[in-house]
Design a protein around this ligand. Structure first.
Ligand code: UDP
Length: 315
């Protein structure tokens, strides 16, 4: 019999790519999403297939699910800064109550549990690049605190279920990831810059653009998560592409790739915006034999095609 997996947030950007991957690997996939940031379009191609079920549900409520489960991937959460600024309470609830409910389900079903955590647990980091052993520099009461602290709580809860209830748990710390199915209007730098570049509108760089990020192509991330879910590693693992770039250079790169006439428009830097971010992936290399295969340029060229289509659809 096919192994059965529950993916919360399965209609989101990352969740839907994970649905695709596990479905392709022969798993029976249950996708759960309340569609507040996820979208039915992301999974539409799967809904008529065998071994795929979509359940519209808010995982902060008690989850009642029939049958066995082998694996739960807990990916439900607003995840772009704009989303969690607009939905601070839902963000806190899905990271705390949602993690508790899905861990409870893992315990009841004797399923393995994998938590989607984030580089945001490192906050505005004082250590560079960030290793899993770094504890972070987070403002608990700032605007980003609702996401950062929810994910930190989720990690603590996951480790408590592992230690106290003997649940098999995995934690992935995800760095900035991009690819198809990102929402054009989620406020993140990458879709925003593409949209602005296509329309030859000014590219809004926050601050002086010297802050850095390291962007991972979605297929690389999915491969890392797939490997982690099968591995014996029960402590957090960073998955990300260490190719680091300043946001100003990134804006220029998008202008160049799209052949746009856009100019740069400097805007105020949002509060607590991390100044630097780059994963140390030596652990992922060691324990998962994983490293990213897609260069930023290659990934951006693929993603540009997707955004072009989205822009032409939105008119
Ligand atoms: N950013 C920007 N212009 C935008 C959107 C974002 O300069 O229109 C900056 C943002 O301040 C941050 C970086 O780009 O320094 C990455 O932002 P994003 O929202 O993509 O993700 P984050 O890494 O901050 O969660």
């Amino acid at each position: 019999m096919a192994k059965r997996i529950l993916i919360t947030g399965g209609a989101g950007f990352l969740g839907s790519h994970l649905c695709d991957r596990y479905h392709k690997e022969g798993w029976d996939v249950i996708c759960m999403d309340n569609l507040i940031t996820g979208s039915y379009e992301n999974i539409e191609h799967l809904v008529d297939q065998e071994r795929f079920t979509f359940i519209k549900f808010d995982v902060t409520e008690y989850i009642d699910l029939d049958g066995d489960l082998d694996l739960i991937l807990h990916f439900a959460s607003p995840a772009s800064p704009i989303d969690y600024l607009e939905m601070p309470i839902q963000t806190l609830k899905v990271g705390s109550l949602g993690t508790h409910k899905t861990l409870g389900l893992a315990r009841a079903k004797k399923a393995r549990f994998l938590l989607a955590s984030t580089s945001e647990v490192y906050g505005d980091p004082l250590e560079h690049p960030q290793k899993e052993s770094y504890w972070g520099n987070v403002n608990p009461t700032g605007y980003r605190g609702v996401y950062d602290e929810a994910k930190r709580f989720a990690e603590a809860m996951t480790m408590a279920y592992q230690r106290y209830h003997g649940i098999e748990t995995r934690i992935v710390r995800i760095f900035n990831t991009y690819g198809s199915r990102m929402r054009l209007n989620d406020g993140r730098a990458l879709p925003t810059f593409f949209r602005q570049a296509f329309y030859n509108k000014p590219i809004t760089v926050f601050g002086d653009g010297s802050q850095t990020r390291s962007f991972t192509y979605v297929d690389d991330l999915v491969e890392g998560i797939y490997r982690l879910s099968k591995s014996d590693e029960d402590e957090p693992v960073n998955i990300g592409n260490p190719e680091e770039i300043s946001i100003l250079d990134f804006a220029k790169e998008i202008i160049e790739i799209t052949g746009s006439k856009s100019e740069i428009d400097f805007k105020e830097l949002p509060a607590d915006d991390p100044k630097i971010r780059q994963p140390d992936i030596s652990k992922a290399k060691r324990v998962l034999n994983w490293e990213p295969k897609t260069s930023r340029r290659e990934g951006l060229l693929k993603t540009m095609e997707y955004f072009k289509e989205q822009v032409s659809k939105s008119g």
